[in-house]
Design a protein around this ligand. Structure first.
Ligand SMILES: [Zn+2]
Length: 901
């Protein structure tokens, strides 16, 4: 699964109460691992499902008929399986090859999301077929079987159906043993309108007309797989295809959108053979589709259903009317991510959600590796550091959790999809690959996939495969970083130059954003693979214990973690920092961004003065790597927002950014140039947006000119910059401007553009317009999956107002969010706030709406606000002092040299 925004907190009004656990049941003769925590009694194991569904899209209901071949593994009078929001008409059980079917009585437990089928007598162990006739609901958010409404090519209302099951929503589609280690094969049959296309994991085996304008599509039998990977869609679709590596790859789109799919189709065809080779096991299914859905979710952007990936249109289709170069690159990386899951997740599946990182950390790492491989010009190695920083943002808080986490409820499974599973997982894997060496690591992956294909695995299985491949010693490092939370802090002592080498003592502790003293007094301890350079060859050492002596060839400035593969922070002496900041302009982009991020994090957390971090930030040459400049501008803007109580300091930051980066924007120009580097095409909108926010006259004038032209001609702004220029306008909008954007949103039929325009309405600085956007979100006008995005946009400007509004309309707002995303929505809304007054609001919200076990995302938000507000005064005064001392320079001066005073 892939999310673009950080996934956040939990508004769990509608979330099921935590079901009772029976992890201790420990049955014999069970093909399912008895040590896996489960919410189902381990009395039966399914092997095959034959499922027929008949959707009634107009009524938002469906009928289901499933025959489940299963083994009863211990005598039991009941069968218990998962079911949510299903109504049962009948349940019958027949013994394979003998006797008449017996009838069972079904009772459902809504809170536990189970159905219990009681039989007249105890079932003896053996093979059975369970047949259930039932009906269910078609949802309007992405859970279970759901409908997405849109305007078709002709501008008429249309509705397509899709499924979304991860983590625990297959049970809304089919009564099933809906846990990842109950793998089974599937025969899906669907009865759909004769003029529609039906899509599933496998190609259709047969199609026949069945009258009443319907057809019956029977899909080929799937290999054994987890229930959350089953997929079904039906709609007025086109499918574009290509052969690749002996398979067929395809993109499924709403009719008429085929040309927007070619970019994604080419990427899919390019990546498949690369993965076949890397994983050492060819993609096992005959086809791989990626199905585009018109809409959005607050939980995910794309989902790795085996052979039938689902992706929302905005993350899959290249629409010349609105898609930016940055989004095009995300289309590529999202496909690389979901395709990696076809092996990591689908072919080999984690036994339980505790090991979710095996899916998400790997897919994230592979996504970046693949992007770097095929598109080195995008400088995705800088994004690798971005992932590390996103992970550390959460991992520095007391309420973080280990990569291998504890998941005991459905809601905790939903919450497990966070930056620790994704970005820390990715970062730790990157570190381990570097430790093992890429060839050994790849060999370990091939062994792991081969050993666990069509089965389930755990984190320890991966380390065993890596050790077997020759990555000796990896288990101790991997175990430290995946079973313990937090971030190592490596403190460098004063370095001595002796015999042409730098000798330095490293002291290991723990980095913390919100409890430095406790972490210093009682730090966790890791085996950290450390690398360092002093201008010559890289020296390596594996720490064990508190202090480590390191000898580095050369006597230049000491840089620890060159290449930025290590997952740790480094605290340098002031002299070392000054020397490194002085060197920054000549370093590689990945080290530039790594050092800036490291220094800023230490300064913000109070390990060193803000001056040190700011010296690094100011050392980034404005004409340097476009990718790093883009990130650097973002860092300045974070500071700008943080200084919101100090207009003088804000003005100083704005003028510094405009002076430093205005010339870069001039150089790039306001419009895309044919054949320009892709990183320039991504930097341009960042600079336009930033300078627009700081009200740079040239940018505002161009925005006004374009807006006037756009009002009479929707194509007056190049598609790749449309959301950027309109974003500048929307942010500074007055009522008439806001109305004009809304009018155009209403008249636009293309789903991606329409959604994008509606979300712009949430971006106004003006509070009254923010309130109008919130009111609009509760109407039917924007569309069922668009409204939550409007509220999120308002929250970025006016977090308190948005949160108060949501709390006042909680039941209505919850209907706008998929069940799996509800619990994080509040965390997302609070994401841009540093207001301590929000803490009691969030805490009482959690108390009233979330089970105690499910409050972690809120706790993380509270911890973050608390730690940021504890540091805020110091950060503000030190930053103001630095800005005053550096007022004369535009930020363009080389770093490390005090520019003035
Ligand atoms: Zn994923």
């Amino acid at each position: 699964m892939k999310a673009f925004a950080l996934l956040l907190a939990s508004a769990a009004a509608l979330v099921a109460a935590p079901p009772a656990l029976s992890a201790q049941a420990a049955p014999q003769a069970d093909t399912v691992d008895p040590s896996v925590p489960t919410q189902l009694p381990r009395t039966a194991v399914p092997h095959h499902y034959a499922l027929t569904v008949t959707p009634h899209a107009d009524r938002l209901t469906f009928d289901g008929d499933v025959a489940i071949d299963l083994d009863v593994v211990k005598p039991t009078p009941t069968l218990v399986l998962n079911a949510a929001d299903l109504s049962f008409a009948s349940a019958t059980l027949s013994r394979a090859g003998a006797g008449a079917a017996i009838t069972g009585r079904v009772t459902v437990d809504d809170a536990a999301e189970t159905a219990t089928i009681a039989f007249p007598s105890t079932l003896a162990p053996g093979s059975y077929r369970l047949r259930l006739i039932y009906s269910g609901k078609i949802n309007t958010q992405a859970n279970g079987l759901f409908a997405l409404d849109y305007k078709n090519k002709e501008g008429a209302d249309a509705r397509s159906l899709f499924t979304q099951f991860e983590a625990a929503d297959a049970r809304r589609f089919v009564p099933s043993w809906d846990e990842p280690d109950y793998k089974a094969s599937w025969d899906l049959t669907a009865r759909v309108p004769a003029n529609q296309m039906a899509v599933s994991n496998l190609p259709a085996a047969s199609t026949r007309a069945i009258g009443d304008g319907l057809k019956e599509v029977r899909f080929q039998t799937s290999p054994t797989m987890s229930s959350y990977l089953l997929f079904f869609a039906s709609g007025d679709f086109d499918r574009v295809t290509k052969p690749s590596a002996g398979r067929e790859v395809g993109i499924v789109v709403s009719r008429g959108n085929g040309t927007k799919a070619h970019y994604a189709l080419d990427a899919e065809a390019q990546i498949l053979p690369y993965y076949n080779d890397y994983f050492g096991t060819p993609f096992p299914l005959p086809k791989l589709d990626n199905v585009a859905g018109p809409g959005q979710s607050q939980f995910f952007g794309a989902m790795e259903n085996w052979g039938a990936i689902f992706t929302f249109e905005y993350a899959l289709l290249d629409d010349p009317a609105i898609t930016t170069e940055g989004q095009r690159q995300q289309i590529y990386s999202t496909e690389a991510h979901e395709m990696a899951h076809q092996w990591f997740g689908d072919l080999v599946t984690m036994a339980w959600w505790d090991d979710l990182w095996l899916n998400e950390g790997f897919a994230s790492w592979m996504e970046n590796k693949t992007t770097q491989h095929f598109h080195p010009e995008w400088q995705a190695e800088v994004d690798r550091v971005g992932s590390r920083e996103a992970a550390m943002g959460l991992d520095a808080l007391n309420s973080t959790h280990p990569v291998v986490q504890s998941v005991r409820t459905v809601e905790q499974a939903n919450q497990a999809f966070d930056s620790i599973a994704y970005q820390k997982g990715e970062s730790v894997i990157g570190m381990l690959e570097h430790f093992a060496g890429p060839d050994v690591w790849r060999d370990g992956i091939r062994r792991y996939i081969r050993a666990h294909a069509y089965q389930n695995s755990r984190t320890t299985d991966l380390w065993a495969a890596q050790e077997a491949a020759g990555a000796r010693g990896i288990t101790v490092v991997a175990t430290d970083f995946t079973t313990q939370p937090g971030i190592p802090l490596v403190t460098a002592g004063s370095a001595q130059c002796a015999g042409g080498a730098t000798v330095v003592t490293l002291t290991q502790g723990q980095f913390s954003a919100d409890r430095q003293q406790q972490a210093a007094a009682n730090p966790l301890s890791w085996h950290v693979p450390i690398e360092a350079t002093a201008g010559g060859p890289v020296a390596k050492v594996l720490t064990s214990g508190q202090t480590t002596q390191l000898t580095v060839p050369g006597c230049g400035p000491l840089m620890i973690n060159p290449g930025q593969y290590g997952y740790y922070r480094t605290l340098y002496t002031p002299q070392q920092s000054a020397a490194l900041a002085g060197q920054l302009p000549g370093l590689s982009p990945v080290d530039q961004f790594g050092l800036i991020s490291n220094a800023m994090a230490l300064s913000l957390a109070g390990y060193q003065p803000m001056q040190t971090g700011l010296d690094f930030l100011a050392a980034m040459p404005p004409n340097g790597s476009a990718k790093v400049v883009q990130r650097t501008v973002g860092r300045w803007d974070d500071l700008y927002d943080l200084m919101d109580s100090d207009p003088t300091a804000q003005a100083a930051i704005a003028s510094r950014v405009v002076k430093a980066y205005g010339p870069r924007l001039q150089q790039l120009g306001f419009t895309p140039r044919p054949g320009e580097p892709a990183v320039d095409a991504v930097l341009r909108p960042t600079l336009i947006g930033q300078l627009g926010k700081y009200r740079d006259p040239a940018v505002l004038a161009e925005a006004s000119r374009l807006f006037a032209a756009w009002k009479s001609d929707p194509n007056a702004i190049p598609g790749s910059l449309k959301s950027t220029w309109l974003g500048v306008i929307a942010t500074n909008a007055d009522a008439a401007t806001w109305d004009a954007i809304r009018e155009r949103a209403r008249a636009t039929t293309g789903t991606i553009e329409r959604t994008s325009l509606y979300q712009l309405l949430g971006r106004a600085h003006d509070e009254a317009l923010g309130r109008r956007a919130l009111d609009l979100a509760l109407t039917d006008e924007p569309g069922k999956t668009t409204s939550a995005g409007i509220i999120t946009a308002v929250a970025a400007q006016h977090p308190r107002m948005a949160i108060d509004f949501v709390l006042a309309h909680l039941a209505q707002v919850n209907r706008l969010i998929d069940i799996s995303g509800r619990s994080r929505f509040m965390q997302r809304l609070a994401g841009s706030s540093r207001d301590p007054e929000l803490i009691p609001v969030l805490e009482s919200y959690a108390q009233a709406n979330l089970a105690e076990s499910d409050r972690k995302p809120i706790q993380q938000t509270v911890d973050r606000i608390r730690s940021e507000s504890a540091q805020a005064q110091r950060i503000r005064s030190e930053t103001a002092a630095w800005l005053a001392a550096h007022r004369q320079s535009g930020g363009a001066a080389p770093a490390g040299r005090p520019e003035r005073g």
